[in-house]
Structures are given as C-alpha cells and as structure tokens.
Ligand binder design. Structure first.
Ligand code: ADP
Ligand code: MG
Length: 463
C-alpha cells in the first residue's frame, strides 16, 4: 500500500544518510587525528579538549594497601575497596556496591548530589570487614572516578567544565569537584582523603595497564563515550609545566565532543541535539553512545508513525515520549533470533504500548536498529583508528613487533554484542590484516574503578 511505500522511503533515506563507507571512515579517522593535534597545541584549539590528566605514571604492580574508589558515571555510581598486595601479588581482595542515582539529583543542587554520594560511601566504609586491612596510623584514601569534562589542576583537583549525559546542575560548574566531595564527606563525618581524581577513561587505562603492559589507550562506550591514551609529554605544546620524568602524560581526549563535517548526521540527529540539555555539544557522543542510540530509533519510528501511519491511523502516544526507547531495549530487539521476532513484539508492547505488529513490520524495526547501531559502531572504530594514527601505531614498522592493546569498557560495548562485533570488524577493515595482528581490543571489566584505586595508591600521601 501507499503507506508501506512511504514508510520504506523514510527508512531508506535514513539509511543512506547514515552511510559509513570505508572512505568516509578514513576521513573521520583523519579528522580525529587532526583535532587531537589541534587540541594539544593550545587550550581551546579544538572541539577536542585533550585534557591533561596529571597521570604521568601508570600502575606498575607495586601498589600496596587498602584503597577505595568511587565511580560516578552517567546512570550508576559504584563504590569499591581493594586490597592491593604489592610486588606481583595483585589484587588480594575487592568488594563493590553499585547504587543508582535518583534522576531528581541529576538536575538538582550540587550539595544534594554530593551528599547522596558521600552518604552511600560512608555506609559502604562502615561495612568494611576484617578481610581488609588499613595500614595502622593511616587515613583511608580514595580514587574518584568522575566521568565528566574536568580541567584538572593537579592529580587530585579539578574544576568541572560542564555536565553531559543528562546531568545539569549549574552550581557545580566551575567548582573543584574534589572539594565538593570532600566537603560532603566531612558533612557525613567520613574521614577519607581524595588522592586521585580521574576520568573513567584514565581509570580504565590504568586498570588495563595493571594487568597488561601493552595497554596504551582506553575507550568507554557506556551512557556516554570518551577515550584516553598515553602521549609523549614533549608532544603537548600547550603543557608549560615541568616535563614528567617518565616523559609521558595520559590525555583525556573528551572525544564525545568531537565533530566534523565528515560525520554522517541526519535530520533526526540534528533534532535530538537541538532538544537536548546540551545543544551543539557532544555531537559524536550523540551518535555513538548508549544514552542516545535508542532515542534515535524512536525518532525515526515516530516519523514513520506520523507520516506513513506505520502503526495504523493513530500515532502511538508512548512513541512521542523522549528517551522511552532505551538502548538495552533496542539491542534486545536488534538481536532477536526468534523466527517470528517475539522479542521485538514484546518490547514494542511493554515499552511503547504497541501491539498487533506484523512480522514484516518487526523486520523493519530490526533493520532500523541495525542501521543506528552499525553507524555508531563503525564511527567508534574510526575514532580508535584516529588515536592509533596519532600514536604512530597504525602501520607496521620494519623489524618491530610492538603490540598495542586498547582497553574498552562501558555497558554498550559490554552488553550489545552486535555493536561490539561490528566495531571489531570495522577496526580490522580499516587497519588491514597485517596491522590488525598487532592491535588488540580488550574488554577491561570495570577497570575504571580499580584503576582509580590504583592511582590513589600511587599518589598516596604516604608514598
Ligand atoms: P556509565 O556510562 O553510566 O558509567 P555503564 O558503562 O554501565 O555506565 O553504561 C550504561 C549504559 O550502557 C546504559 O546507559 C545503556 O545505554 C548501555 N547499556 C546497558 N545495557 C545494555 C544492553 N543490554 N544493550 C545495549 N546497551 C546497554
Ligand atoms: Mg562508567
């Protein structure tokens, strides 16, 4: 019928606009490399902030003692404690607790958010058992993983540049987030010192390096997306401080804010951005990360419902609600292997209150999920190639057998198998067979929290 034809036109046009042929991915990778150079050259020189992390030494394995970490991501926060055994004994014991952040706190006041976090941390500390041993006479120390753009002023201080991922708390912007947390811990009567403030990418890099010395970069694909890598200190023109002894500095790219004319953006992406809490910002993040993929699918489906009566004469009201279609639901539909796409039918019913869909319609919806996930995964791979180029690791050097490991983490990468497979295949496609042999993508499970604890250990006041 005419309606079906119109609906298919909408899908087809969307698919064309989302296209990521290999030549386009190479343009994106090159643009990423160019922006990395620009961001390192001068403050504000690029959309990529290329933030100096003050981490100039990564874990060695010698870290020892009891350390805490607190990981504030986008949706959840985790508190953990680790007992580090020192010299090659690794992690002797660890415990963690995951707490979800009440949505009201994401747009409330700074004190309310930090009081909540400090209270949960205090509860967790109170449950510390005898299987964890603080060195006598020492104060407990914490690594604070804070996954938002921060201009660091030292390893344990930094001011919040802006919120992302659905957080919007005006009075935190411009404040030192370590001071905010420290004040809240004092209000809770919790005696603890923040020894390291790290981005989750930097934590993941540190956690990855602890177990594998070839780890040179880390990428997070979770609620948001970001990357960090090890740069040579003398290749950072904007750095005017003393050159670190190691000659290296970890850079938090804040790659979520990357944008380029080469990115395939559609009218749906422009509308999503315009209606977001941070219009004009985090454009790359808005097409590759978990917070947004399902929302893009919803927007296309809504257009199909409104302009092609895809779900019948009435536009399903639920479909008009921003962010009702979460990425985990999208991935469940995308990966539905049942012959009549039962999962798709159930998800449509449960989350969108849409029933009576034909198998033919469900197939179209699966295809839509595939288009959005494929674009995100392929563009993520292109970003990784941009980093490899900057590090000079995108080619095989004669007589050199250098392995490069990229630590990946985040709920999207971890749980969305189709996305992960597509990312890894695209990486192979972009690098070619020979180079691919020396580049390894490794899932660093919850490395960001452990990494922060490790960095708290190496920056302990007692070291
Ligand atoms: P954060 O980014 O908040 O630190 P995570 O790394 O755990 O937290 O990522 C959570 C995000 O991962 C969710 O917001 C969601 O977008 C995505 N995600 C979680 N589970 C799945 C899933 N099964 N399929 C696809 N995406 C998922
Ligand atoms: Mg996280």
């Amino acid at each position: 019928s005419g309606r079906w034809v119109k609906a298919m036109e909408i899908v087809q046009e969307f698919e064309e606009k989302c296209g990521t042929p290999i030549w386009k991915l190479r343009q994106v990778a090159d643009a990423m490399t160019v922006e990395m150079h620009a961001g390192l050259a001068s403050e504000g020189g690029s959309k990529l902030k290329m933030l100096i992390s003050y981490v100039d030494n990564l874990p060695t394995g010698n870290e020892k003692g009891l350390f805490y970490a607190l990981d504030l991501g986008g949706t959840n926060f985790r508190v953990l404690r680790v007992q580090l055994g020192g010299k090659d004994s690794g992690i002797v014991n660890q415990q963690f607790k995951e707490v979800s952040i009440p949505p009201s706190l994401m747009t409330g006041t700074s004190d309310a958010l930090f009081d909540y976090i400090a209270a949960e941390l205090a509860k967790f500390v109170a449950q510390e058992g005898t299987d964890f041993q603080l060195t006598p006479g020492r104060q407990r120390e914490l690594g604070f993983t804070f996954s938002f753009p921060v201009m660091q002023t030292s390893i344990a201080s930094g001011t919040l540049l802006r919120w992302t991922k659905g957080f919007s708390i005006d009075d935190t912007v411009g404040q030192d987030v370590v001071a905010e947390l420290t004040k809240a811990m004092e209000r809770q009567g919790l005696d603890m010192r923040v020894s390291a403030l790290v981005n989750d990418t930097v934590g993941t890099l540190a956690g990855g390096r602890y177990t594998n010395s070839d780890v040179a970069a880390a990428v997070i694909l979770g609620t948001g997306s970001n990357a960090a890598y090890v740069e040579r200190a003398h290749a950072i023109p904007k750095w005017h401080g003393l050159l670190p002894k190691s000659g290296e500095m970890v850079i938090n790219m804040e790659w979520g804010n990357f944008r380029s004319s080469h990115l395939p953006l559609t009218e749906y992406d422009h509308a999503l951005d315009a209606e977001s809490l941070n219009p004009g910002e985090q454009i790359y993040e808005k097409i590759i990360s978990g917070m947004y993929l399902g929302e893009i699918v919803r927007r296309v489906l809504l257009r199909m419902a409104e302009e092609a009566a895809f779900f019948g004469d009435i536009v399903p009201p639920k479909l008009k609600v921003p962010f009702v279609l979460r990425t985990p639901v999208m991935s469940a539909m995308h990966q539905d292997t049942s012959p009549d796409l039962k999962v798709v039918a159930n998800k449509l019913k449960d989350t969108l209150e849409i029933s009576n869909t034909s198998v033919k319609m469900r197939k179209v919806i699966v295809e839509l999920c595939n288009i959005v996930a494929t674009r995100g995964a392929r563009l993520s791979a292109a970003g990784i190639v941009g980093i490899l180029k900057k590090m000079g690791r995108d080619t095989v050097k004669v007589g050199e057998k250098q392995r490069t490991v990229i630590a990946l983490d985040g709920g999207l990468y971890e749980h969305y198998a189709e996305f992960r497979k597509c990312l890894e295949n695209t990486l192979g496609e972009l690098l070619g067979e020979e180079v691919s042999e020396s580049i390894v993508v490794e899932h660093s499970n919850d490395g960001s929290g452990i990494g922060a604890a490790l960095l708290a250990a190496s920056h302990s006041q007692y070291v």
